[in-house]
Ligand binder design. Sequence first.
Ligand code: IPM
Ligand code: MG
Length: 367
Amino acid sequence: MPTLKFAVLAGDYIGPEVMTEALRVLEAVARLDQLRLEYTAAEVGGAAIDRHGVALPDSTIKTCAAADAILFGSVGGPKWEKLPPNQQPERAALLPLRKHFTLFANIRPGLLYPELADASPLKSSRIPNGIDIVCIRELTGGLYFGQPKTTTTLPDGDIQAVDTMVYRKSEIERIVATAIIAARARRQKLCSVDKANVLETSVLWRRTVTDYCAKHAPDLALSHMYVDNAAMQLARDPNQFDVFVTENMFGDILSDEMAVICGSLGMLSSASLGAGRNSHALPFGLYEPAGGTAPDIAGKNLANPCAQILSAALMLRYSFGQERSAARIEAAVRRAVVAGTRTADIAFGGASVGTRQMTDAILAQLA
Ligand code: IPM
Ligand code: MG
């Protein structure tokens, strides 16, 4: 029986609530598909600040390093907003985790079931079949991590802050390699998004993507788009994309836009894959929902657990190679939602259920 060893970092506010539900679903799937789950919880984010004084304690890194994947909830919230920016949960936990485990490939599916088309701010006539696209975001380079990163007072008394956008050819090549795999598994179409009319890093990006695809993926239809145009095209006709690949900051922004056109953040999962291999000879990865900690609805049994549950499915697929179990979860979520069981964020004012009941409906659809 395969053993699935993962760290559980639930985090703050709704993080632990939806994590509980994802674990219920994983336990049920493990029973059906004969998998052994071996997971260890560790503190992260505000919860870790409260207990250990830091957002990412060494003990948490150790727990993660001993596992084959990380199932992550979400971190941050008003309770810790007064801390200096570089000690806040998002910056002091999530970014160092990404860097420590070289989680360079962030895969964000932009999926809107046709039955939920009304949840999108786009006119349903523009998305008659819902939305089904994928954003591949480079996650350990660019402006987020480039040095220097400083704030200084200048001789004239003015204050100056600097962030640095850096990319190496090798970093671009490895994210393109991931995007190629994703595109081949779908519609053989890849769009690379950059700002090559202005930025040096983007000029290198475009040249590298072009050369790499010519050599390694001549079978794919490759296109390039400037990021400002991509933002517009996503709102105009999202399904013209299939897989798009882009640098860290552009991907941060475009993936939020993608999230909103897909209706609810409560439905969007993500995978951040590392460069190394785990004990299953698959990528180590961190799996997290896109929606954040939602402090306003925390503790009220209102949060949509679907994104966390779908993130667990991605973990089964990418870090454990359990495609059948992953697909089983995805199908169960879809059937539950289509059958009309919905948390408030996707109920359009109709009848809604709580976090726990949503999961019950998904569990009922599993077999
Ligand atoms: C995301 C988030 C993070 C990011 C924040 C919380 C640091 O917005 O995962 O998209 O900017 O990468
Ligand atoms: Mg973001």
